[in-house]
Write a protein that binds this ligand. Structure first.
Ligand SMILES: [Zn+2]
Length: 409
């Protein structure tokens, strides 16, 4: 295991530096110094000084000059330097641990997956996380001094102050385990812990910064379902960092019975295990050799199969997917109207199998809604893919280190 001791990233302390970095980062093609001054309201002299410091630190580079028709020297374009900083993201899931190394533009440089130990033991799991992180940093040959830190995304609820996952489902050995502090001690780097749905919105903002709207929700499809929120341009994590727990919002009074005792909770009505069970009961999918007891891997496999059947036009498969989509649309119509959102982004490890049909049905359902806010909502599929929580955990680290929003708090 590589131990990354003594990594001390040069923190961008000055607020103006974070402002200039943010403006350059959000521009797809880079900005001239004059454009940076206009975007940030800083003086030309201040922009010149700040850019010099950022260039010296290797966080931005000069990327040619802008084509102009007028007289005088064409202005030089400033862009963020991908190798200027890195961050590590970890998604801790009951069935797989994903570790990614991200560059300063949010691109995945390296990635590794590890199975958690069968025992579910927290200390043994932590050793595998450390091992995975060691492997990707070693393979990438990245200077540890350029790694800003480690972000860990986990299914909630979390105790953000203590750096602990509270009563994690399917991971009993983790209750009360000091994940953040122990990982910091093992790897000698700052560690941030966040919920997977919150991580997902950071991923969306950092990997697609020029398109990121001010008010959007990320509908995260994993083992269960959750919502990440950006409101007025800021990620909304909530009073205890546990926002987005939408699993028990009732979407169908005649829906399936939930563990909470009520019928038709959103999470229970649309989660992969439920849809797969319905498909098995109705003979849409071949009976499982293991009987009714479905392993997580078996659910994932059958869920992909259900998506394929629906995509191929199987009416019984379509009926199951369409009902889940209508229940999703019902939930979203309430959310969008309540919060006045610009856009809904869908993603997460269980999103891909149902994507096309789900988007089509949800779009049609919301389009027929009377409220104009809901009717005109933009729907999108996340470009980040299955690893959005791991990528987002790394983006959280970049956000905390380099963004003017974090510099203010
Ligand atoms: Zn419930």
């Amino acid at each position: 295991m590589t131990v990354l001791k003594g990594a001390s990233f040069p923190v961008v302390g000055a607020f103006n530096e974070t402002l200039v970095l943010d403006a350059i980062r959000r521009s797809r093609t880079g900005l001239s110094r004059v454009e940076v001054a206009r975007e940030t309201n800083l003086s030309a002299q201040a922009v010149s000084n700040v850019s010099r410091r950022l260039l010296d630190r290797g966080l931005i580079h000069e990327a040619g000059s802008k084509k102009t028709t007028g007289p005088g020297k064409p202005p030089t374009i400033l862009r963020t330097e991908p190798s200027g900083a890195f961050a590590i993201g970890v998604h801790l899931d009951p069935s797989v641990i994903t570790c990614v190394l991200l560059d300063f533009r949010g691109a995945v440089v390296r990635e590794v997956r590890r199975r958690p130990p069968e025992s579910g033991d927290a200390a043994a799991t932590l050793a595998r996380i450390a091992d995975g992180i060691g492997e990707i940093t070693r393979a990438a040959g990245v200077d540890p001094g350029r790694v800003a830190g480690i972000g860990v995304a986990a299914p909630g609820p979390i105790d953000a102050d203590a750096g602990v996952i509270v009563r994690p489902p399917l991971m009993p050995g983790w209750a009360g385990f000091r994940l953040r502090d122990d990982l910091e001690q093992t790897l000698g780097m700052p560690v941030a812990l966040t919920k997977d749905v919150t991580a997902a919105v950071f991923a969306e903002d950092w990997t697609n910064p020029s398109e990121s709207p001010a008010n959007f929700a990320f509908l995260y499809w994993g083992t269960g379902i959750g919502v990440g929120l950006v409101l007025d341009g800021s990620v909304h994590a909530g009073a205890t960092q546990n926002a987005g727990d939408v699993g028990h919002a009732v979407v169908d009074p005649d829906g399936p019975v939930c563990a909470c005792g009520r019928r038709g909770c959103f999470g229970e009505s649309v989660r992969p295990r439920r849809l797969v069970t319905e498909a098995l009961e109705q003979g849409v999918l071949p009976a499982s050799p293991g009987g009714a007891d479905l392993s997580r891997e078996r659910v994932d496999h059958l869920f992909r199969l259900l998506g394929e059947r629906a995509g191929g036009g199987d009416p019984a498969a379509l009926a199951i997917v369409d009902r889940a989509a209508r229940r999703t649309a019902w939930f979203l119509s309430n959310l969008v109207a309540l919060l006045d959102l610009d856009r809904i982004v869908f993603g997460g490890p269980s999103w891909a199998p149902l994507r096309d049909r789900m988007l089509a049905v949800v779009s049609a359902e919301l389009g027929g809604t009377e409220a104009s806010i809901v009717e005109s909502i933009a729907l999108a599929s996340s470009a980040v893919g299955d690893d959005v929580a791991a990528v987002g955990a790394a983006c959280l680290v970049l956000e905390r280190t380099f963004s003017p929003r974090s510099a203010l708090t």
